[in-house]
Design a protein around this ligand. Structure first.
Ligand code: ZN
Length: 203
């Protein structure tokens, strides 16, 4: 890659907050210009309200993933209506009013959009999948996502272990975030010339 895009991509983290991995991700982001988005599981948010506060005080966005990690096409519309209401109520009690909604696995049912509209939520997918959830190492992730990156690209990552995770921890996601944060610092917070982590880092 001819230039660093680290300062212009959006790092997005699903399935948290997690008492071990979310603080590590936040630490990796701190000191950089990066503002990430956390699509949280509301049940976990209620269990770890200080982590939600830490996300917000770090300048990051807290948005909706779900209350229970359910695939929309596996259940009825009313189940997801109730799950969404419950999640939004839970988050509101923490002072969070999401505007964006990334649904579990990104799998839409025919009525998903209507529920989003009813709650004034913008459905949000991703442009680049890091495949961190399946246990890829950071070098694999960097090599895989590099060619797909463009300015404004939303990169899918995970700061917690969801039901589909094939790994036992998020160490490699932390390392990935550390590298992107370092790249962003080196780039001065804006796209800059020169090779960087995206060019194929030694890790
Ligand atoms: Zn998820």
């Amino acid at each position: 890659m001819a230039r660093s895009l680290a300062g212009s991509v959006e790092l997005t983290f699903d399935d948290g907050p997690d008492p071990v991995w979310t603080p590590a991700i936040l630490a990796a982001l701190s000191g950089s210009c990066l503002h990430a988005t956390f699509f949280v599981i509301a049940r976990r948010a209620a269990a770890h309200p200080l982590l939600i506060a830490a996300m917000r005080s770090g300048g990051h966005a807290v948005e909706l993933h779900c209350h229970e990690h359910v695939r929309h096409t596996d259940v009825t519309r009313s189940v997801i209506e109730e799950d969404t209401r419950r999640a939004l109520d839970t988050l509101e009690a923490l002072g969070v009013r999401p505007r964006r909604w990334r649904i579990p696995w990104g799998v839409h049912a025919p009525w998903t959009h209507e529920i989003a509209t009813a709650h004034h939520l913008e459905l949000c997918g991703w442009d680049v999948d890091s495949h961190d959830w399946r246990g890829d190492r950071v070098a694999q992730m960097l090599a895989a996502v590099g060619p797909d990156l463009h300015e404004g690209a939303r990169v899918l990552l995970h700061d917690g272990l969801g039901p589909g995770a094939l790994r036992r921890g998020c160490e490699e996601t932390v390392r990935f975030t550390q590298m992107i944060a370092a790249e962003a610092v080196a780039a001065g917070g804006a796209p800059a010339s020169g090779h960087g982590a995206w060019g194929g880092a030694e890790v």
